[in-house]
Design a protein around this ligand. Structure first.
Ligand code: SAM
Length: 283
């Protein structure tokens, strides 16, 4: 019988934020795979957990996951913990989960702290629809592409950011997204937990006079539906009906669908669209 892989959520700051089930599981497994064994040793010592640990991190994840899967096939039960929070969220965990599934190993996740969810709950922004973007990519082009995509997103946006990159990221977000509300949560669950709820513009100004320190989650208001509607309207207001039709046909709609879309945008009937096209001798 193969063993089981347990994804164990650990504290993101406050050592008391750990579930009874995670503590029991960490004591019962044969091996604990940890992102940084020296860092996790403190947590395990605090809870008097003496199970052997092995390192599993970004730079050895593919080969080490293979080794861990072999151990699981041999019947060992393994817990995965990362530096903080829920394994597989913005950390190497997802590789091990994938390889375990590929080998038919049972996997379970023991829920607990997660910085993005904790930040979202404190944001005061819509929690109904949100998009987690993790860390923005480093590459200039890829970063610009993602920022462009984000400008159209109506969902609340959640980003992780390192302190030394915070200022630059805020400036770029302001440039791309303009006037939006942002909640910047810092050092969640720790003594110096702080919450700054402001506009992107003021956030940029705030950090001009203050050096970022600690761990951050940024939660930003999505684009408003009203703004989207206005943009959509101004996109066709200058166009003739034939040009307006073409924008939908270029997007892959057939003629019938395009007539319906144009009629809807302009608040007129399909017959009127048809007539206008006839008048323009397009039909
Ligand atoms: N797996 C983790 C989770 O469940 O949230 C995230 C790991 S990711 C490598 C680390 C990032 O999470 C940090 O750079 C920071 O953006 C965010 N983070 C982690 N702990 C935090 C805390 N206590 N306060 C604010 N942000 C935190």
């Amino acid at each position: 019988m193969s063993g089981k892989l347990y994804l164990c959520a650990t504290p993101i700051g406050n050592l008391e934020d750990i579930t009874l089930r995670v503590l029991r599981t960490l004591k019962e497994v044969d091996l604990i795979a940890a992102e940084d064994t020296r860092y996790s040793r403190k947590l395990l010592n605090h809870y008097e957990i003496k199970v052997p640990m092995t390192s599993y991190h970004e730079h050895n994840k593919v080969d080490k996951a293979r080794y861990l899967v072999e151990q699981l096939i041999d019947g060992k039960h393994i817990a995965l913990i990362t530096d903080a929070g829920t394994p597989a969220i913005s950390d190497p965990g997802e590789e091990l989960v994938k390889q375990a599934y590929d080998a038919g190993i049972p996997v379970t996740s023991l829920p607990g702290p997660c910085a993005l969810i904790t930040g979202l709950t404190l944001s005061g922004l819509s929690t109904q629809r949100f998009s987690f973007e993790a860390f923005l990519p480093h590459g200039k082009r890829e970063r610009a592409r993602i920022l462009k995509e984000l400008t159209e997103d109506t969902r609340t946006l959640i980003l992780y950011e390192a302190p030394h990159k915070l200022k630059k990221t805020l400036e770029e977000l302001y440039e791309a997204l303009g006037k939006r509300t942002i909640t910047i949560v810092r050092e969640l669950t720790k003594i110096h937990e702080t919450i700054l709820r402001t506009s992107l513009e003021d956030a940029v100004a705030f950090y001009e006079g203050s050096e970022p320190k600690g761990e951050y989650v940024l939660i930003i208001e999505g684009k408003s539906h009203k703004e989207l509607e206005i943009e959509k309207q101004s996109m066709w207001e200058e166009k003739t009906i034939a040009e307006h039709m073409k924008t939908y046909i270029d997007k892959g709609q057939d003629k019938k669908e395009a007539m319906k879309s144009v009629a809807k945008d302009r608040g007129i009937s399909k017959r009127e669209v048809y007539q206008a096209l006839l008048d323009a001798k397009i039909e």
